[in-house]
Design a protein around this ligand. Structure first.
Ligand code: FBP
Ligand code: MG
Ligand code: MG
Length: 342
């Protein structure tokens, strides 16, 4: 490492200092969010190190259990879940936790309870774990009025009520992308310092994009607007060049690329999965929150994703998110279909 070059970098802003600066903008802040986030960051560092050593540490493969989604849990799904549950409870700032890997919500005991509710996908992109392709962790945060026990209604809220959302991608580098409602910032883990450093300040998703991202293996079951949109990506009617298809199969990685390069990520509803595949609370909401904060859009096929009022903690929702103009085109195709003019 060229320490001289490092030393000259003026923007050596760690995520902790960044959040403390944000906190100073809120005179009423008590520091609870900063403490909660520092425990989430600790969890991400722990999982990042486990993922990078997975092959060596026998963390590849199945854990032998089936989760509430009916999916075979991977060893890293289980480990990441335990790490984040511990990190969130030991922050002393949470009251209700919803994890993809736990059938029931976790209600934190009074002595360790705080005002925040955290919904999270401890390990996203599980199908890519064993082949070392980028995976991640996704989280969304709600703030409750008080630190009483609370009820499920405290998490069954529209995504627009979240106070923060983020993801951590475990890829060629470990990148944590965060929004506290005033824009989106990206931090890269410097393994030699063990610090997340601000590397992507104020991320703005390009208005248009040249990339579409969807599992085309589901195409035969798609509805007309989705088929029409993908058709246009491949055979543009305006003579422009076709879009490129990129699909990693890890939502975190596909959304991260979309946020930086523009384009669109889709997991539409189809005849086989009438609500799509991705879970509203801990996949669709956090990613939609980030995309809107970066100037993009997030649409379900019937409305704004962040307006959904969830009824169950593991429900699924179709999702189209990304560059403003790409999602606008999908919205107009659904509107046309709605008015039978498609
Ligand atoms: O294999 P498919 O049907 O394209 O689904 C891929 C999608 O499923 C997921 O892997 C689901 O998330 P989990 O791995 O957390 O269960 C997403 O990351 C990804 O976008
Ligand atoms: Mg997931
Ligand atoms: Mg998962």
């Amino acid at each position: 490492m060229d320490h001289a070059a490092e030393a000259h970098r003026t923007d050596l802003m760690t995520i902790t200092r960044f959040v403390l600066n944000e906190q100073s903008k809120h005179p009423e802040a008590r520091g609870d969010f900063t403490i909660l986030l520092s425990n989430i960051v600790l969890g991400c560092k722990f999982v990042c190190s486990a993922v990078s050593k997975a092959g060596l540490a026998k963390l590849i493969g199945l854990a032998g259990e089936i989760n509430v989604q009916g999916e075979e849990q991977k060893k890293l799904d289980v480990l990441s879940n335990e790490v984040f549950i511990k990190a969130l409870i030991s922050s002393g700032r949470t009251s209700i936790l919803v994890s993809e890997e736990n059938e029931q919500a976790t209600f934190v005991e009074p002595s360790k309870r705080g005002r925040y509710c955290v919904v999270f996908d401890p390990l996203d992109g599980s199908s890519n774990i064993d082949c070392g392709v980028s995976i991640g962790t996704i989280f969304g945060i709600y703030l409750r009025k008080d630190d009483s026990e609370g009820t499920l209604n405290d998490v069954l809220q529209p995504g627009k009520n979240m106070v923060a959302a983020g993801y951590c991608m475990y890829g060629s580098s470990c990148t944590l992308v965060l929004s506290t409602g005033t824009g989106v910032n990206g931090f890269t883990l410097d393994p030699s310092l063990g610090e997340f450093i601000l590397t992507h300040p104020d991320i703005k998703v390009p208005k248009k994009g040249k990339i579409y991202s969807v599992n085309e293996g589901n195409a035969k079951n798609w509805d007309e607007p989705t088929k029409k949109y993908v058709e246009r990506c491949k055979f543009p009617e305006d003579g422009s060049s076709p879009k490129s298809l990129r699909y990693i199969g890890s939502m975190v990685a596909d959304v991260h690329r979309t946020l930086l390069y523009g384009g669109i990520f889709m997991y539409p509803a189809d005849k086989k999965s009438p609500n799509g595949k991705l879970r509203t609370l801990y996949e669709v909401f956090p990613m939609s929150f980030l995309m809107e904060q970066a100037g993009g859009q997030a649409f379900t096929g019937t409305g704004r994703a962040l307006d959904i009022v969830p009824t169950t903690i593991h429900q699924r929702s179709p999702i189209f998110l990304g560059s403003f103009e790409e999602v606008e085109e999908i919205k107009s195709l659904y509107a046309a279909h709605e008015s039978k003019t498609l």
